[in-house]
Design a protein around this ligand. Structure first.
Ligand SMILES: Cc1ncc(COP(=O)(O)O)c(C=O)c1O
Length: 358
């Protein structure tokens, strides 16, 4: 892929950038550039370019605005103490985007082209990757996305597709230390059904989670837990994270794949935990197993995981008429530290998961 680069003539000043990186929050500030490539059936992927970050004009009949044909990814670049910049298993994000794209009837973007696009943008905007001290996990959040850019109101796979990458500095998810989250069990909304889009990272799944997420906020909870759509009995995942259960007998249990988003953090935890000798079970997990397992002491820890927060202890599950509480335990906190240390270059990368960008 030939990438042309047009430098932003008005990049953010060093002074302003220092202010932003001191407290970046999440998803509000964007780097000076963006990556763009287009696809048509006759030309394939073409016009790959890095250009100044800015608004894109869309015709009102652009297909994505009507039928939500879009996919996206979420990943991070981490600055190590020696100044070098790394991403974590980027080929896994590329592979997941290819799977999402297949489900959403998009052309496939080859894995190496996805990784090159991300690397090139990060290289051009490398001053935006924050320095990070231990306990203050700042990073550059990277958002690759693909959308139906054809101007056409017929319902079919778009014949003009745009792939873009934007990036945004991100502060520590937990300011002032890791805090267990409170979860709301959604019994009226589901996220995904058999044959649906649950395993794809596509905007529609997030749009459909918002009412449930609002319900969770109104109950004083941080996130929502979804159950399976057919029986309303088995735990799937949270609005934006996968979930794990630690058992007193050394088992680590997580819902099986199929209708959930297959998290790269989830997959990494499964490998790390197996290496540590935990017995892994990927299977259906009934909601009563959680409720009763915590009450009986069989389940000792519950945690959620994803790129944003890495590993998050679950402190409470709340539902209409009851709740169970758990504490942040040693398995959760050790897995969290192992992953964070690896991402920030403070531990040996024995799995060869880190990818050097700069
Ligand atoms: C619905 C959902 N599940 C799980 C995850 C975790 O995936 P990953 O570990 O790749 O960030 C995410 C986050 O991106 C998500 O949005």
């Amino acid at each position: 892929m030939e990438i042309s680069t047009t430098r932003n003539p008005n990049p953010v000043t060093d002074e302003r950038l220092a202010e932003i990186l001191a407290d970046p929050g999440f998803g509000t500030f964007f780097t000076d550039h963006m990556f763009v490539a287009e696809w048509t059936p006759d030309k394939g992927w073409h016009k790959a370019r890095i250009e100044p970050y800015g608004p894109i004009a869309l015709d009102p009949a652009t297909a994505v605005l009507h039928y939500a044909q879009e996919t996206f990814e979420g990943m991070k670049a981490y600055r190590h103490d020696d100044g070098s910049i790394w991403s974590f298993r980027p080929e896994q994000n590329a592979a997941r985007m290819a799977r999402s794209s297949q489900r959403l009837a998009f052309p496939e973007l080859p894995i190496d082209e996805f990784v090159t696009a991300v690397d090139e943008l990060v290289r051009v905007d490398q001053r935006w990757v924050p320095e990070s001290a231990e306990g203050d996990e700042k990073s550059l959040y990277i958002r690759p996305f693909m959308f139906a850019s054809e101007i056409f109101l017929g319902v079919r796979a778009a014949q003009h597709v745009t792939f873009m990458v934007i990036a945004s500095p991100a502060g520590a998810y937990f300011k002032g230390g890791v805090k267990p989250v409170r979860l709301w069990l959604s019994e009226s909304y589901t996220r995904a059904g058999r044959g649906g889009m649950g395993a794809a990272k596509t905007g529609g799944n997030y749009a459909s989670s918002l009412a449930a997420q609002d319900e969770a906020y109104s109950k004083g909870c941080d996130q929502v837990v979804f159950l399976d759509a057919s029986e309303g009995k088995y735990i799937e995942e949270l609005g934006g994270m996968n979930i794990f259960f630690v058992y007193a007998d050394g088992r680590l249990v997580t819902p099986e794949t199929g209708t959930i988003l297959e998290g790269i953090t989830r997959a990494s935890i499964l490998e790390l935990a197996a290496k540590r000798g935990l017995k892994i079970e990927e299977r259906r997990v009934a909601i009563e197993e959680w409720q009763q397992g915590v009450a009986s002491g069989e389940i000792t820890e519950v945690f959620a995981c994803g790129t944003a927060a890495v590993v998050t202890p679950v402190g409470e599950l709340l539902w209409e008429g009851g709740s169970v509480t758990t504490e942040a335990g040693p398995v959760t906190m050790e897995l969290r530290k192992t992953l964070v240390d690896l991402q920030f270059g403070r531990a040996e990368d024995s799995f060869d998961w880190m990818h050097k960008i700069v």
